[in-house]
Design a protein around this ligand. Structure first.
Ligand SMILES: Nc1nc2c(ncn2[C@@H]2O[C@H](COP(=O)(O)OP(=O)(O)OP(=O)(O)O)[C@@H](O)[C@H]2O)c(=O)[nH]1
Ligand SMILES: [Mg+2]
Length: 481
């Protein structure tokens, strides 16, 4: 039987992670939550009377199996009265000892008394339905649970507190203002008169478009904070890219060999450095090849270079100056220095320590020749991925770059792909509005594009939404959340 998400029955689930722990929390929410809990919760050998329930208060007692009157566990029960709960419904949290048996048995008892097992995300979904928060905030709950770094947590927390939703409200009211100006024209369209002040309309439109544009461009940083700043390790074959990935991770993640073309596919691993997530991407070495699979791997390398915020350009110092210069020139052409940071890593310093300073100078010259003034944005370091020489300095450089990237951290950041897509759609619709106004397209058609923009903004906070969207968002939550 498929139970509707919107049904108004009482649901239960274990809210703590699966398995054994010191304690576990079983959650109950819905119209019968208090009734069901009181039928199992005893104090001083007697069922806890419903009329003694006070919201936000924890009571110590026992869960008693009704037929046998056996005590299942010593528990702490916290009651919440609607609407003052996470879900907005009457709710109960029962803290039991963390035995898997106790958790399971308690769930069975709750179900016997009329509750039903919650589906993934159903508690949060009820909170959304009861307007405890909007959809963007509900998604922030999932992000907080998943956050692996201080920065990711901070961004998610800001979204939960409504920072992003407020921003959207501002945009929405601007769009409504534009709509009302356009509708004024529509009302008088019979008389073929342009009533609205077109310059005011266009200025408002540009302002809104600029605001949306800022949110769209914040996604690159928002996404980097949430999923790790993408750092692509690229270079010719056998330069030591996989050795570097393994050294940074301190584990043998990627296969290392002296055969050129060992890495075929990209390998990604996330690592927390000083509270910041970095997503290191080891790539297939770049060389001329006719081999089909290796070619696909190299194409993928090129895509990963484009997606990265930081590119680690690996160069094998033992190759000699000519090859080094060529490799550096190749990478300088591939990296977009406006949006990306390039770090040249001159590897295998253990084999030619004496050449270190000379190699760095050679790279500096090459970079200066290619870029002139802009050369300052490029880092050059010698390392030995094998012995670990220079890795600490590399970590420091990465953290330093992250600090610069995060300098304007107070701004609201878009971190969610769904929001990013919706904003891009809204922006396209607004572009059409602007074009329509410029080209004198009939006002009712322009109004249609405007409604579309409003629709996309509304879809972010869930004012306008479909069952399918809700299902896919809440389905990704775990049971009990
Ligand atoms: N001496 C020395 N050898 C290294 C160093 N880094 C890598 N190597 C060796 O260089 C060879 C190639 O290393 P990999 O890490 O597989 O190189 P790669 O760049 O991933 O190569 P592909 O995957 O083929 O593109 C291996 O034999 C490594 O042991 C280093 O710092 N010093
Ligand atoms: Mg490799």
């Amino acid at each position: 039987m498929i139970t509707s998400f919107l049904s108004n029955d009482t649901i239960c689930a274990v809210a703590t992670p699966p398995g054994m722990g010191a304690i576990a929390v079983v959650r109950l929410s819905g119209p019968d939550a208090h009734d069901i809990a009181c039928s199992l919760f005893y104090q001083h050998g007697k069922p806890f009377p419903m009329d003694r329930i006070q919201g936000h208060k924890a009571y110590f007692g026992h869960i008693v199996v009704p037929e046998s009157e056996e005590i299942l566990d010593e528990v702490l029960v916290t009651f919440f009265k609607a609407p003052h709960s996470f879900t907005g419904e009457d709710s109960v949290e029962i803290s039991v000892h963390g035995s898997v048996f106790v958790q399971q048995r308690l769930l069975e008892l709750l179900i016997e008394k009329g509750a039903r097992m919650a589906m993934p995300g159903e508690f949060t979904r009820r909170a959304f339905v009861n307007r405890k928060f909007d959809l963007a905030q509900a998604e922030a709950v999932a992000d907080i649970i998943a956050s692996q770094s201080e920065a990711a947590h901070r961004v998610a927390m800001n979204q939960l507190k409504g920072g992003f939703s407020k921003e959207l409200q501002v945009l929405r009211s601007k769009l409504l203002e534009i709509t009302s100006l356009i509708e004024l024209e529509l009302d008088f369209s019979e008389e073929d008169v342009e009533f609205a002040d077109r310059s005011q309309l266009k200025a408002l439109l540009d302002e809104t478009q600029h605001h949306i544009g800022q949110l769209i461009s914040s996604f690159r940083l928002g996404n980097a904070i949430k999923n790790g700043i993408p750092v692509a390790i690229v270079g010719e074959t056998n330069t030591g890219k996989s050795t570097l990935l393994n050294a940074l991770l301190k584990e043998d993640r990627a296969i290392v060999s002296d055969i050129a073309g060992t890495t075929r596919d990209t390998i990604e691993e996330v690592m927390n450095l000083n509270g910041t997530l970095f997503r290191f991407i080891d790539t297939a070495g770049i060389r001329e090849t006719e081999e089909t699979i290796e070619k696909i791997g190299i194409e993928r390398t090129m895509r990963k270079i484009a997606e990265a915020d930081i590119v680690l350009g690996m160069i094998d110092m033992t190759q000699g100056p000519q090859a080094m210069v060529e490799a550096a020139r190749f990478m300088l052409k591939k990296v977009d220095l406006v949006h990306q940071t390039l770090i040249f890593l001159l590897n295998k310093s253990d084999l030619c320590a004496a050449l270190g300073a000379e190699s760095v100078a050679l790279m500096k010259n090459t970079v200066c020749e290619a870029l002139g003034e802009k050369a300052g944005h490029i880092y050059i370091q010698t390392i030995s991925a094998k012995t670990g020489q220079g890795l600490d300095q590399l970590r420091q450089t990465l953290c330093g770059i992250e600090q610069v990237m995060n300098a304007n951290h107070d701004a609201v950041l878009v971190t969610n792909v769904r929001h990013f897509e919706a904003l891009k759609h809204a922006s396209t619709s607004l572009e059409a509005v602007r074009k329509g106004l410029d080209e004198g397209i009939p006002t009712d058609l322009v109004a249609q594009d405007l409604r579309e923009a409003l629709y996309y903004l509304g879809s972010i906070t869930g004012e306008i939404t479909t069952e399918e969207v809700l299902g896919s968002i809440f389905g990704r939550f775990c049971i009990g959340k």
